[in-house]
Design a protein around this ligand. Structure first.
Ligand code: ZN
Ligand code: ZN
Length: 212
């Protein structure tokens, strides 16, 4: 399986949905609520996208992601210029909770598995991975479709508002608004290959339609 294919794997979609929901669906850098993605604080070139500690995964909006990914690459480069004799001291400093910094790992949690992977991906390689992630994200929900019921009494406004929100939140998803008298506006049903993911999408829709 290529990395691109792994990004569409239900395991990754579930991890992604869970993280987004747990972190309140806002960018952990700027607070934006649209165009959210999951940033990997580091990569294991042969690893699966979901096989990371949660402390190294961050919810970011795409503009922050693209900007901060470059900063991260620069940090990797700076690390490459540290005299190896200072690694011990450097790890100690990084492992401490630095004032004003949110650090997802403590020194004791740095596990041996990291040694199997190469450190220091080039800017070009990272840009390539980032592009793959963005493409995969656009395709990720395309196997799913949401049916939104619009009651004849209340008119279609809420149903169409919900449809727009769904399309923004789940890029590539199929949607349809159907008129049905008597039912409450915005009642949805979701279809797709993975029942668990479909119910995650449905839960999001219900939560969202409750806000109207
Ligand atoms: Zn942001
Ligand atoms: Zn990233």
């Amino acid at each position: 399986m290529t990395y691109q294919e792994k990004l569409k794997d239900p395991q990754w979609i579930k991890k992604r949905e869970t993280l987004l929901s747990e972190r309140g669906e806002i960018c952990q850098s700027c607070g934006e609520t649209k165009e959210l993605t999951i940033h990997h604080g580091y990569y294991r070139p042969k690893g699966d996208p979901w096989d990371y500690e949660e402390g190294s995964l961050w919810v970011l909006c795409w503009p922050c992601h693209e900007r901060l990914q470059v900063s991260l690459t620069e940090i990797h480069q700076i690390v490459g210029h540290i005299n190896p004799k200072s690694y011990g001291k450097f790890k100690e400093v990084l492992g401490k909770s630095i004032d004003g910094f949110e650090v997802g790992i403590t020194k004791n949690e740095i596990d041996d598995s990291i040694h199997e992977y190469q450190f220091g991906i080039t800017v070009g390689e990272l840009a390539e991975i980032l592009k793959e992630e963005k493409d995969a994200e656009r395709a990720i929900y395309s196997a799913y479709s949401v049916s939104i019921i619009s009651s004849s009494e209340l008119g279609p406004t809420i149903a169409y508002e919900l449809e727009e929100a769904v399309c923004q939140r789940f890029p590539g998803i199929g949607t349809g608004v159907y008129e049905a008298g008597g039912e409450r506006d915005g009642i949805v049903s979701v279809e797709g290959p993975d029942a668990e993911i479909a119910s995650m999408i449905e839960a999001w829709c219900h939560k969202r339609s409750g806000q109207y």
